[in-house]
Design a protein around this ligand. Structure first.
Ligand SMILES: [Zn+2]
Length: 145
């Protein structure tokens, strides 16, 4: 076994543990999809995950990729982002933070949680409390740039 193989097998072991910790049974396809999604801090659409996942090895079906991403998000392994009605995006970072969304380039950038000060003019309805705030700021290119 060369060095790359042993690094790959260590990486695979970590993904398997991560899936188990989130209550997800680690099938071959799920390991492959999770490896793509968690390779680095990133925001990817389901189609981008499909394309990247299928660059190597045995192809995974579109339905499996979509279903697995939904499952990962429900289990808290990744975060589903509601920035665009046309397509689902997923975030490999699950800590609380906000986003810029460029509709022209479909680029998503992080905004630190503390960078947005929210002033709420009305309290939550009786018997409710705020469980989380997710801000998406839509941006577009100015003609000057
Ligand atoms: Zn993010």
């Amino acid at each position: 076994m060369n060095r790359t193989d042993s690094q790959n097998s260590e990486h695979r072991k970590q993904i398997v543990q991560l899936l188990r910790r989130h209550g997800i049974s680690p099938t071959v396809q799920r390991i492959k999809i999770a490896s793509t999604m968690l390779a680095q801090p990133q925001h990817l659409s389901a189609d981008q995950v499909l394309k990247l996942t299928n660059q190597t090895g045995r192809p995974v079906s579109k339905a499996t990729v979509y279903n697995s991403l939904g499952l990962f998000a429900r289990k808290g392994l990744i975060r589903e982002l509601f920035v665009d009605q046309e397509r689902a995006f997923y975030d490999s970072s699950t800590h609380p933070h906000h986003h810029y969304y460029d509709r022209d380039t479909q680029e998503i950038r992080d905004i630190d949680e503390g960078a947005i000060k929210l002033e709420l003019g009305t309290p939550p309805p009786d018997g409710c409390e705020i469980s989380g705030v997710e801000v998406v700021i839509h941006i577009r290119r100015t003609s000057a740039s």
